[in-house]
Ligand binder design. Structure first.
Ligand SMILES: O=C(CO)[C@@H](O)[C@H](O)COP(=O)(O)O
Length: 230
């Protein structure tokens, strides 16, 4: 089943709890699967957002699970604190981690899903042996740092190759894409093998964000076909 994770980078930071609730399901209507929390340190990327205290407050204010994407240096030092703050999934960048296997094991041992992200220029192949240590692999489809950028369709072959490696090893892990995911790009991502979709402006820029989430999920599931649904 396709999962849709709205990115709070496109939300109103003065009203985060309310923005989280706008994409949560209500009255039996399915909403977003996870809330994607963009953590930026102004070093790994040229933008600055939030840290563990905000994650902790969001955890208390909403029921939706938190998918924290750490676009920061020294994730080996800081990532465990995000699990303690209440993240259900923590993604660190391959380019920043000193010891990715040890870090993934620590995140899992603390009780969260462990995930690793690749910037557009970072290939998946050197990380093949590491995949069993992860619950999710994130292929960035824009340069990390800002919402609202154009989808890099030259990332589609990397999504396809990553899916092939996951299937080759018989892994249950998820394949996430992030950046420029919208009604006009999500089908290509799903066809290439992605099953978790981060969408910022396509959700929070819509008049009805919860309806945008449902429409994106429907498109992704139709594009993936019966092989990947349910
Ligand atoms: O991590 C990032 C950007 O670095 C993303 O999560 C964006 O925030 C997604 O926004 P859209 O491209 O969907 O507007």
């Amino acid at each position: 089943m396709a999962q849709i994770n709205p990115s709070i980078l496109s939300a109103d930071f003065a009203r985060l709890a309310e923005e989280a609730r706008r994409v949560e399901g209500s009255d039996g209507v399915a909403g977003a699967d996870w809330l994607h929390v963009d953590v930026m340190d102004n070093h790994f990327v040229p933008n600055l957002t939030l840290g563990p205290p905000v994650v902790e407050s969001l955890r208390r204010a909403t029921d939706i699970p938190l998918d924290c994407h750490l676009m920061i240096e020294e994730p080996d030092r800081w990532a465990p604190g995000y699990v303690e703050a209440g993240a259900g999934s923590v993604t660190f960048h391959a380019e920043a981690a000193a010891a990715p296997v040890r870090l993934a094991r620590e995140i899992r041992a603390k009780g969260a899903r462990a995930s690793m992200a690749l910037k557009p220029a970072t290939p998946i192949e050197p990380y093949e042996d590491l995949l069993p240590e992860l619950d999710m692999l994130l292929v960035m489809t824009v340069e990390p740092g800002f919402g609202g950028q154009a989808f890099l369709d030259i990332m589609l072959p990397k999504i396809r190759r990553t899916r092939q490696l996951i299937d080759k090893h018989g892994l249950e892990m998820w394949l996430q894409v992030d950046g420029g995911v919208s009604a006009s790009t999500i089908e290509r991502c799903a066809e290439a093998g992605a099953d978790v979709f981060v969408a910022g402006s396509a959700v929070y820029g819509a008049e009805d964000p919860a309806a945008a989430v449902r429409a994106l999920r429907r498109q992704a599931e139709e594009a993936a076909g019966p092989g990947r649904e349910g």
